[in-house]
Design a protein around this ligand. Structure first.
Ligand SMILES: [Zn+2]
Ligand SMILES: [Zn+2]
Length: 517
């Protein structure tokens, strides 16, 4: 019944209830009962439904606000994984099993792969670092020639602090100024209203590579910033699309540096991509490398084995790409608790509910053409060492396997709604606030429970076992029913809160009356 479903969805949206819940089977080991629980999509998938995206945005704003102007060092202690983290990991393990089974059966694993990478991101965001499965990747020894050199910049002596300087005014007040910095990529050609004036000379290849490697130059900027600042600089940053479709970065920085120094650091920062050359097309169209079991990919005409990824790395003598920021660097000083600070926080979270390509206007033909040309440039650009596009340039991708073809990489970097940037949209340094996003969520929960007069007892982490629900499971009611059920829960919750509020107000009143008497 599509109509009922639409209505239920609208109602759910009004109540801020997830409209794409993921049903999971949960075993309560205390009672031995299996139950089907709807988990909000925002907790599992990367693509969140509008209500989940909105809730996530508010959490991010709270997180940003909390860390920006801290006046005490945050205490960072690795916590025991909480319930949410645990189920994420268990769910991740189950999906991995499903994926491996599908792969063995020769089925398409793209959806499951996407789910897994989304879960990994979510697990990291929930405050657990590193790879859950404990897989370690051996590091290659690079020749010293390929080392990333630190640029020439002033250096201060490092102090063990994350806070930055304070200033005293004449009347003895202490100020703790902070920064809001915007970094953009260089020009690829003149644009008008986000669209190249001359598409033929616009450097799409460079735009594509810069977008693909954007997160690395951001990392370098932070490294250099810390070296110059002389303290453990903390930041909360968001990656957003510009109208010309290049990613750019807004960054709230705790503490302050002279504007000129920030500009100097941005100008000196660069990142070299030490990958094999990908500028000469060797195979295309029907003329593609062929796979041979036990050997790898061969040249279809000569039978020669293509160099493997490691061989190609050993042979290269210059970086594939060097990425730098553009000359446009905006630096703004911000004081805690001012309207300026609030505006920056809103600005930082403005686009978080959208994907990079979402800001496009579908009726704007010039912009659509521009997007299509960038997507074409991204189509054959290698996005990672394992990208099948390496075959086009005569190199076997890392971990080469049968069935690979250039132009058919499934990584999201090539997808039009990512525009080359497949990294995280929010970058938060480890000592930003005392809390991870999961802890900010927990804060809100604790607050509500306290308001309800209930205690938030530490959950038994071994209480529940989670399992995925097979598609089409007859025990899962139709979506409309599930949505309305969640709405009902939310209504009950709100009514209860309102009642408690009224009671609390009443108590206050009687207390005042007592005093008056
Ligand atoms: Zn949702
Ligand atoms: Zn790729």
């Amino acid at each position: 019944m599509p109509l009922a479903r639409d209505v239920a969805e609208e109602v759910a949206k009004q109540y801020g209830v997830c409209i794409r819940p993921v049903p999971l089977k949960r075993l309560d080991t205390h009672t031995g009962l299996w139950e089907i629980i709807d988990v909000p999509c925002g907790a599992t998938l990367e693509a969140k439904c509008p209500p989940c995206a909105k809730r996530n945005r508010h959490l991010r704003m709270a997180q940003c606000r909390e860390g920006w102007h801290l006046d005490e060092e945050p205490t960072i202690t690795p916590d025991e994984p909480d319930d949410e983290q645990r189920w994420l990991v268990e769910f991740r393990a189950d999906v991995q099993t499903q994926r491996d089974q599908a792969d063995q059966a020769g089925q398409d694993t793209a959806d499951l792969d996407e789910l897994i990478s989304g879960l990994d991101e979510e697990i990291n965001a929930a405050g657990m670092r590193g790879n859950v499965l404990g897989r370690t990747i051996p590091k290659r020894n690079r020749s010293t020639r390929r080392r990333q050199d630190a640029p020439e910049l002033p250096k201060r002596k490092m102090i063990n602090s994350t806070l930055g300087r304070t200033f005293e005014s004449a009347d003895g007040k202490t100020y703790r100024p902070s920064l809001f910095v915007t970094l953009t990529l260089p020009s690829y050609g003149k644009v008008n209203n986000g669209v190249p004036i001359n598409p033929d000379t616009y450097d799409y290849a460079r735009a594509a590579r810069d977008a693909l490697h954007f997160s690395k130059v951001v990392d370098r900027f932070v490294q250099n910033l810390r070296r110059v600042a002389g303290y453990d600089v903390q930041y909360f940053a968001a990656v957003e699309p510009q109208k010309r479709l290049a990613p750019h970065l807004h960054m709230a920085i705790r503490g302050t540096l002279p504007r000129a120094e920030i500009k100097q650091i941005a100008a000196a920062t660069y990142h070299q991509v030490w990958w094999p050359a990908a500028d000469r097309v060797v195979f295309e169209g029907d003329h593609l490398p062929v796979w041979e079991d036990g050997t790898g990919y061969l040249d279809p005409s000569t039978g020669e084995v293509l160099p493997t990824w490691d061989q190609a790395l050993d042979r290269m003598d210059e970086p594939l790409h060097v990425i730098r920021f553009g000359v446009q660097v905006d630096v703004q000083g911000v004081l805690a608790g001012t309207p300026d600070a609030d505006q920056c926080i809103r600005y930082l979270s403005k686009y978080l509910t959208k994907s990079l390509g979402d800001s496009l206007d579908p009726d704007d033909q010039a912009q659509r053409d521009h997007t299509a040309r960038l997507a074409e440039a991204l189509r054959f650009e290698p996005c990672s060492p394992t990208c099948p596009n390496w075959l086009r340039y005569g190199i076997q991708p890392k971990g080469a396997k049968p069935g690979m073809a250039p132009g058919q990489c499934r990584s999201k970097a090539h997808k039009p709604d990512h525009l080359g940037y497949a990294g995280r949209r929010v970058l938060v340094s480890r000592k930003w606030s005392n809390k991870t996003l999961a802890e900010h969520k927990q804060d809100r929960r604790t607050w509500v429970l306290e308001a309800l007069g209930q205690t938030d007892e530490p959950p038994d982490p071994h209480r529940y076992v989670w399992k995925p629900v097979p598609a089409g499971d007859a025990n899962v009611p139709p979506l409309a029913v599930r949505l309305l059920r969640s709405v009902h829960e939310r209504q009950r919750w709100r009514a209860h809160m309102a009642q408690l509020q009224a009671q609390a107000d009443g108590q206050d009143l009687s207390a005042t009356e007592e005093v008056a008497a």
